[in-house]
Design a protein around this ligand. Structure first.
Ligand SMILES: [Zn+2]
Length: 296
């Protein structure tokens, strides 16, 4: 089997897996891989990724000019070209709409909390590239901001994008993002997320070398300046990870309130001096009923 025929077979297999796992519906999603230094092998537009055959693929140059193939290349080709332009180390790109991760992208919630050790080691954090109209040149511009520092990102109100050294490793990052999103959703539904402490996050990042994982960028040392970092026009060069200092048991989401049970930290004063109040379930119900009555 030649290198090219193997790559065609890899794209077919990854497309089949993406569709089988529900990461794409209908003709959604696209996959590409470098074919030598100056050519790309890419999925064609308007085909279901679950039913592709190796002969369907297009060959383009790095400017997107079709060199070979009966069909036109993917409608998201511009986004793929931008990734290869910005990241000479990347050899494959996957894009799909995995539903849980895309739900986070729709809600505007990045997957940037330090909650899973393996995700921190493999991907670091997963940001959201700002909304851009699919298939236009807006989308490459939105991706450009994050692509130097991230191998995986969400696309606002759209889906997810992953990059890798080969087609399967780019695809596995898509799986990791969707799996991470699923676990994050369950933890948030359960009402709490215990975060991994910053010093442990640093240790996990250091482990990347042991596993031979090439990190595109380090974690940002000063997370207090992340707002400035994201708001500015410049590309992001480090990864934002929300991780507390200290013992790693900080909670972003408080414990759920169980009627009748004593409230934890019920009298603790906040950092600004505001005290939490303690209410019984009956008192809380009465307050809510009063509020509803006053609305009528
Ligand atoms: Zn898409």
């Amino acid at each position: 089997m030649t290198v090219e025929s193997q790559l065609r077979a890899d794209i077919v297999e990854v497309g089949r897996r993406m569709y089988a796992r529900g990461y794409t519906a209908s003709n959604d999603g696209n996959i590409s891989v470098r074919l030598g230094d100056d050519r790309l092998l890419m999925t064609p537009r308007s085909v279901c990724k679950g039913f592709m055959t190796p002969d369907m693929m297009c060959i383009t140059d790095l400017d997107g000019k079709k060199l070979q193939g009966d069909r036109d290349p993917s409608s998201e080709m511009l986004m793929h070209l931008e990734v290869y332009r910005q990241r000479p180390d990347v050899r494959a790109v996957c894009h799909a709409h995995p539903p849980i991760a895309t739900g986070f992208a729709v809600a505007g919630i990045p997957l940037d909390r330090a909650v899973l050790a393996e995700v921190l080691t493999t991907l670091g954090s997963i940001p959201i590239a700002e909304y851009a109209t699919p298939s236009t040149s807006e989308l490459p511009a939105a991706v450009r901001k994050y692509v130097k520092a991230h191998d995986g990102m969400l696309l606002a109100n759209h889906g997810a994008l992953t990059l890798g050294g080969d087609v399967l490793s780019a695809y596995y990052k898509l799986e990791t993002i969707e799996h991470f999103a699923k676990i994050s959703l369950v933890a948030r539904l359960l009402g709490r997320e215990n975060l991994i402490a910053r010093d442990e996050v640093d240790r996990l990042q250091a482990l990347r070398n042991n596993y031979g994982i090439k990190a595109p960028a380090p974690i940002c040392p000063d997370v207090t300046a992340v707002g400035d970092l994201l708001a500015g026009p410049d590309p992001v060069t480090c990864q934002i990870v929300q991780a507390p200092e200290g013992d790693g048991r900080s909670r972003l989401v408080p414990d759920p309130i169980v009627p009748g049970a004593p409230l934890p930290n019920a009298t603790a004063a906040g950092p600004d001096g505001d005290e939490e109040i303690r209410l019984t379930y009956r008192e809380l119900s009465a307050l809510i009923e009063d509020a509803i009555r006053s609305l009528k």
